[in-house]
Design a protein. Structure first.
Length: 208
């Protein structure tokens, strides 16, 4: 299993083996089962322990312990990132987070008087067709001020040309939770209080 990724991927074959879902098994079914299994097998604890140990190695200073869960029914693939303040520490952004997996990484501040503020973008297929969409997961932990988190789901390639707007208008004014819905998907994110906090996102295809 790749570094920073936790849990056994959940696929059509996984659901077929349970006998709980009728054929044909859909993306919604696979996403629904992944959401039910969000903490199965201690994978959430494994992801948390991973970022906690990264933080121990890094030492003191403002840090974002980032955790992303994939319950979309498809694979999330890393596209790009943007550092406004700070940088990722020791391990890369997970290149892929498969359905039913947690992705985890640590982002740290650059200097004593700066915070951690960044964004990462993942891509998935759109449920209704062959096109793709991009998921934004961004946060800000300032040296002085309140923590915030911001998320969006937009068309493929949307975010890099809007980095200044995202930071100045969204991240700088963000609250401790953020959600967005598009293409049938929902992204829900939250951040804790303090200088070393969990930043958590759940990317989901809700089951209606």
């Amino acid at each position: 299993m790749a570094s920073g990724v936790f849990g056994i991927p959940i696929s059509v074959e996984t659901l077929r083996a349970t006998g709980e879902y009728n054929e044909p098994i859909s993306q919604n079914d696979v996403a629904d089962y992944a959401m039910k299994m969000i903490n199965a097998g201690g994978k959430d604890i494994d992801a948390q322990n991973f970022v906690d140990k990264l933080k121990e190695r890094y030492g003191d200073g403002i840090s974002a312990k980032c955790l992303i869960y994939n319950a979309t029914g498809t694979t999330l693939s890393f596209v790009t990132y943007k550092d406004w303040h700070g940088h990722i520490y020791d391990t890369p952004y997970p290149s892929q987070i498969q359905n039913g997996q947690w992705g985890a990484f640590l982002h740290v501040h650059p200097t004593f008087t700066s915070g951690s503020s960044a964004a990462v973008v993942y891509r998935s297929k759109v449920p209704s067709g062959g096109s793709s969409c991009d998921w934004l997961f961004s946060w800000g932990i300032p040296y002085v001020g309140d923590n915030g988190v911001y998320t969006e789901i937009r068309e493929e390639g949307h975010f890099p040309k809007h980095w200044d707007y995202i930071y100045n208008k969204k991240v700088e004014n963000a609250s401790r939770s953020s959600s967005d819905g598009r293409y049938g998907y929902v992204s829900r994110t939250e951040i804790g209080e303090g200088t070393t906090v969990n930043v958590r996102g759940v990317f989901q295809l809700p089951y209606y």
